[in-house]
Structure formats: C-alpha cells, structure tokens
Design a protein around this ligand. Sequence first.
Ligand SMILES: [Zn+2]
Length: 219
Amino acid sequence: MKYKKSKTWYQDRLDNLKRYTTKQEKEFLLLEDDVPLIDKLKTLTDTKPLNELDAMALMFKLREISVSNIIEIQQECHCGSVNAYNIDTNDFFNFDFEDGIPLGVFESINDIINTKITDKLILKEYNKIQEKIVKNAQKVFSPVVKKQCKKCKDELEVMVNPNQIISKSSPASIYQDYLSLSYYSNFSKLDTDSMYPFEREIFLKLLSEKIKEEPKLGG
Ligand SMILES: [Zn+2]
C-alpha cells in the first residue's frame, strides 16, 4: 500500500498545518472507533484530506509538530516476543527515485547529501545527480514501516493506530493531567485545554520533579 504525491502537494498542505491543543487531542480520542479518519481529522485541522490515506499522512505530520516526532510502540512477533520500537514519524515518508536515479547505490536522499560517497564521485557528477534527485524525487507515504524482530530476526510490519499517532495519552489520563495541573499548580482546566500536547508533557514533567524535590507538595 503505497501512495505518491508530488513534493508541492505536501508542501502546500504542510505549510498550513497548525499545532493542535490538548482540547482537540481529547476530542479526537473521545470519537468512536468507527468514525472515518477524514471526519476525525476535522477535530484537529481545517486542512481537508482527499481520502483515508491522505488523512493518515496528515496525522503523522500533525503529531510531529504537536506531540513529538517519536512514537513508542510495542509489536508482538509470531515467535511470541514483544518488541518495543521508537519510530520516527519521518520513517513513514520516503523519497522515491525515478528516471534513472541509481536506486541500488543510494538508499535515501540523506545518503547523497551527507555522504562519504562524494569521495568516489567527481564533483560535477555529484551535482548532476543531486539536481536530478531534487527534480524527480517524490515523497512516498506508507502507513506501515518494516522492522526486525529483536529475537528471531524476522521482518515485522509495524502499523500505528490513529489514536497512537495523535496522542501518547488516553481520555482518562488527560483527565488525570487536568487534576494534577490544577491540584499542584494554578492551571485551570481551560489553561490545560489550551496547551499543546508537548507543552502539557513539559509542565507535568517539571511538576513531578518539583514534587520529588519538595515531597510535602505531593502530600
Ligand atoms: Zn520474532
């Protein structure tokens, strides 16, 4: 299941993406599982996806700016071992090389830009290849990344569910966050609602450090 869009298509949409707040995050998590992704996305952004895969791609990008670019995920292998991975949202977007770009030689555009292979190429040749890549490369989005089982070494296909993309929390844990932030500091529910998810995480981390330093704060 692969899906291609020109760089411009993504760029136009990505430029318009705005971070979502804790309130929007909670509204998303409270929607029933059978609500189509396209409709769920309305709680997070005005950007209109064309189809479900579009919606998924936008969700990864929205997560990157609102929560974190890292998704912690556990995946069970057929061998019974449970693997934990930290997956970068960028791993779901890859450059696809077309028109004679030597696929076997260059794994990704970063290999070209940062690479040691420049030693082996004449500068002119290198510039020519780079120019061609910028012209022809397209971002390919796939909602599945391939990982290796740490025990049996078999390949695992890891797919992240929409709630995990949008949030590290559950509705219940967000209510717990409201309570912690209002009980131990002066944030109202409204204040917490207006925080970006990554901001809420920072405040909660600072708060738990403070409670450790001053145990009487924690009761
Ligand atoms: Zn395994």
